[in-house]
Design a protein around this ligand. Structure first.
Ligand SMILES: CC(C)(COP(=O)(O)OP(=O)(O)OC[C@H]1O[C@@H](n2cnc3c(N)ncnc32)[C@H](O)[C@@H]1OP(=O)(O)O)[C@@H](O)C(=O)NCCC(=O)NCCS
Length: 162
């Protein structure tokens, strides 16, 4: 764990995730953080993703650096066309977030991306996995995600300093 990580931009490599690669159609999906085009991931999320509009580049870099698992989707030309990340303690909880596929590349790739993350060896045995979505419930339902049984038990906090 890094307390006060300075200016380094990269990926938290204390227990690096095993790199998994798979093909979907003409696309490559890879969990190698070194392949990521972080500026392109940030461009999409900060301008087109309703939950991350205006997110600063430094925040996106830090989020990626400290996410155990990242997955990128790449076109045959090697362009970054999709992304997802999983934040987890590797034991009890995992949080799936920042999932997207560029509009011209949608139609199956989102499913392949989420599958790659939830079937990753570091994730598959974690009992409780969470996410929030406005309208993509059908995508995640394929992998067993469902609405909360007892939403009254759940609380969320937005830090005034965040
Ligand atoms: C969500 C997203 C990643 C899905 O990518 P994709 O390549 O279209 O995914 P798939 O084709 O594998 O879709 C899987 C299923 O989810 C459904 N789905 C995907 N996006 C949806 C949306 N925005 N609203 C409703 N349903 C959606 C599809 O209809 C499909 O269901 P089906 O197989 O029963 O027809 C893509 O639409 C996207 O990037 N959207 C903008 C960002 C976003 O909303 N991300 C999700 C945040 S939780």
């Amino acid at each position: 764990m890094h307390w006060g990580s300075g200016d380094a931009v990269g990926h938290d490599d204390e227990m690096p995730a095993q790199i998994v690669q798979r093909n979907f159609d003409t696309y490559l999906i890879s969990t190698d953080p070194a392949r990521l085009d972080i500026r392109e991931v940030h461009r999409f999320l900060s301008t087109e993703a309703y939950w991350a509009i205006g997110r600063p580049l430094a925040v996106q870099e830090r989020a990626i650096e400290h996410s155990h698992l990242v997955a990128g989707a790449y076109s045959a030309e090697g362009e970054q066309v999709g992304f997802a990340r999983m934040v987890t303690d590797l034991a009890t909880y995992a949080w799936l977030c920042d999932v997207y596929v560029l509009a011209d590349h949608r139609g199956g790739l989102g499913t392949a991306l989420v599958q790659t993350v939830v079937e990753h060896p570091d994730v598959v045995g974690i009992r409780w996995q969470f996410l929030a979505t406005r309208d993509a419930h059908r995508l995640y339902a394929k992998f067993g995600f469902a609405g909360l049984d007892e939403p009254a038990r759940w609380m969320a906090r937005q830090s005034p300093a965040g």
